[in-house]
Design a protein around this ligand. Structure first.
Ligand code: NAP
Ligand code: ZN
Length: 353
């Protein structure tokens, strides 16, 4: 019979309060659970929205982190998918009913019972989940994906959210050869959107507030980069794109971006600011356009995305930081000062520091 374990973790005690380096408990392994020694945890803008209560009330203390990469340290007796020593990743979900239509289709994020999110959510056992800014985690084997050997764990961690969140809509909306795809915002999600859309064979345009990232965008496979601060951009590109992937963490004038679509084109939002969309009905009716949203992706797609990344030599571009730098890193992400994802080296977490 397995016993609970403790692990060093970074915990936010209250909204906007600095992180504390502390120790948390992980549950004893259930039959289908694995324990993962976490090596790196990415900082997603969604972590910041939640720690800062920008989406409404959050549950504290909070251990954020849903871009988790590590190595399997222990397996429960009924585990079949993973072995001790395997490289694995965990993203935004840690449980779902496994029986509803959505779960059976591999779309666990839309589970009818409600998927359990990796942190700040109530699990089916009534416990509040604690995420990946920690040195270990216990999860059901269903929610751990294989990280192929060729992918370094620091570059792989952000794939578990930023990677799948951009891969799923690019796949669903047909990014590929002969398609013109724009990626709006080049941050953590955006830079992955550029790499993935280019690897899928699309002609990629980056729409960023600044042209400072143009060289990086070209390296990642973008054919063009234009500034959204320049009003001429919107005139020049009117009616150009089959697909626009909006990854921006702030409110945008949606009508202006809809104007950039070809007839039947789709603007897919993954960014989650809090304002309302404002656009005239004619902006979508006029040329039969689509305004869509997309939320993360299911486990089979996440595995497919990791395999695709390994095959194409794609990882996230990361800046590795210590546990003591996380508060500062949050401010830098909000200021757009990151190239392109911070990942925490969780070995540096020292309880009591
Ligand atoms: P991020 O690294 O901060 O990138 C956001 C980018 O948006 C920035 O790099 C910047 O790009 C642009 N931006 C920021 N503030 C802006 C402003 N005031 N006006 C115009 N552009 C601005 O964030 P992220 O981690 O990629 O996350 C992006 C958004 O996606 C967040 O809202 C997050 O919560 C959400 N998200 C959604 C899902 C989902 O399932 N749908 C999953 C994960 C994250 P430029 O400097 O290049 O313009
Ligand atoms: Zn995320």
């Amino acid at each position: 019979m397995s016993t609970p374990t403790t692990t060093p973790a970074l915990s936010a005690p209250a909204a906007n309060a600095p992180f504390e380096q502390t120790t948390i408990e992980r549950r004893p392994l259930r039959d289908n659970d694995i324990r993962i020694d976490i090596r790196f945890a990415g900082i997603c803008h969604s972590d910041i929205h939640q720690v800062r209560e920008e989406w409404g009330k959050s549950t504290f203390p909070m251990v954020p982190g849903h871009e988790i990469a590590g190595v399997v340290a222990e397996v429960g007796p009924a585990v079949t998918r993973h072995q001790v020593g395997d490289q694995v990743g965990v993203g935004c979900m840690v449980d779902s009913c496994g029986e509803c239509e959505m779960c059976k289709n591999g779309e666990e994020q839309f589970c009818e019972k409600g998927a359990v999110f990796t942190y700040g959510d109530e699990g089916y056992d009534g416990e509040i989940t604690l995420g990946g800014y920690a040195q270990s985690i216990v999860v059901s084997e269903r929610f751990a994906c294989r990280i192929p050997d060729g992918l370094p764990l620091d570059q792989a961690a952000p794939l578990l959210c930023a990677g799948i969140t951009t891969y799923a809509p690019l796949k669903r909306w047909g990014a590929g050869p002969g398609k013109k795809v724009a990626v709006v915002g080049m941050g953590g999600l955006g830079h992955m959107g550029v790499k993935l859309a280019a690897a899928m064979g699309a002609e990629v345009t980056v729409l960023s507030r600044t042209l400072d990232k143009a060289d990086d965008a070209a390296t990642y496979g973008a054919a063009h980069q234009l500034s959204t601060k320049d009003p001429e951009t919107f005139e020049r590109l009117a009616g150009s794109f089959d697909l626009i992937l909006n990854t921006v963490s702030a409110d945008l004038p949606m009508g202006d971006y809809l104007g950039l679509l070809k007839p039947y084109g789709a603007l897919v939002n993954v960014g989650l600011p809090t304002g309302d969309y404002a656009f005239a009905p004619g902006a979508v009716v006029g040329r039969s356009k689509v305004l869509a949203g997309s939320m993360i992706g299911g486990i089979p797609d996440t595995q497919e995305m990791l395999d695709f990344c390994a095959e194409h030599g794609i990882g996230a571009t990361v800046e590795t930081i210590d546990a003591s730098q996380v508060d500062e890193a949050y401010d830098k992400v909000v200021a757009g000062d990151v190239r392109y994802r911070y990942v925490i080296d969780v070995a540096t977490i020292q309880p009591g520091a």
